[in-house]
Design a binder for this molecule. Sequence first.
Ligand SMILES: *Cc1c(COP(=O)(O)O)cnc(C)c1O
Length: 355
Amino acid sequence: MQRAAPQEFTRVLSSMCTEPHPAARDAAERFLATNPGDPATYRTVARLEERAVETLGEIAGLSEPHGYVTSGGTEANIQAVRSARNRRRVEDPNVVVPESAHFSFTKAADVLGVELRRVPTDEDHRADVSAVRAAADDDTVLVVGVAGSTEFGRVDPVPELADVAHEAGAFLHVDAAWGGFYLPFTDHEWGFADAPVDSMTIDPHKCGQAAVPAGGLLFRERAGLDALAVDTPYLESTSQATLTGTRSGAGVAAAAAAMDALWPDGYRREYERAAELASWFASELRERGFAVADVELPIVAASVPESLFERLREAGWRISRTESGELRVVCMPHVTREMLVAFLADIDERRPSPP
Ligand SMILES: *Cc1c(COP(=O)(O)O)cnc(C)c1O
């Protein structure tokens, strides 16, 4: 059989994953045969994980973070729900999320047997604080705010959501899986230093430029992580808070290496580049008469005709759509101006000619 080759990134505009940083690639290879799920045996990778959590804490504004490197944002979100459910111990637990929340919360609710209350967002796709307040009650264990939503890159009003959560006796979780490596360089109030946030998802394998799998889960209080721990009879260590057992030392080492190489200046430069690129691309689309949503973080969402979308796909572009149908272009590190110039040329060639 021919040796399989992965796709190239030259036409990938829809993904939230990217080319890993060279230091991350190297670390992933070197730590392939390690298991941070058994930290007393695999001590070096366990130290790298502590270091990765420290840096994630710095990025998110938390000086003594408690957490770990997950398999991704999905695991981190499931675990945040699980921790809140275990700590609150109400009869009939529910979680309140804005409509813009990632589908991993649907999985979390299903696996954990909690009710998911999805409330409408405002006209700009951000969580509507009064709708969240109306949906929360005594059985609410967790309220979720999204900091960098998957479809429109929106940042929810985190301080207000924290107030709503705490008034209801619930915890406040921020999902910054995608946005967390951009937000420190913006004026948004999203992190542990901006509001009484209890937990956060922040993924090195998206904008952190680590190798997959490397997500991040952080708690302000030790008790958040402790609520997840189970006893582990046959390992050298005696308890485990992760959802997975054996897990990827490659992801953990890659996360530590990428953050060592890039935090803060490398990430700042990438944020500035991506933000500039997204606003340029949005204006190019507007000049062509397409309706484009305001750009908040480097995702561009634009209404294009279905037929054009299909023709662009046939031309080899990897593109996706929002639930409401907009073309969505995520300006990840591998997305360059040259790529988008070529993409615009394909749009010009394939769009229906004006009447
Ligand atoms: C990508 C994403 C997730 C899920 O992360 P995975 O690493 O794909 O499991 C969760 N929340 C947000 C906001 C995301 O963008």
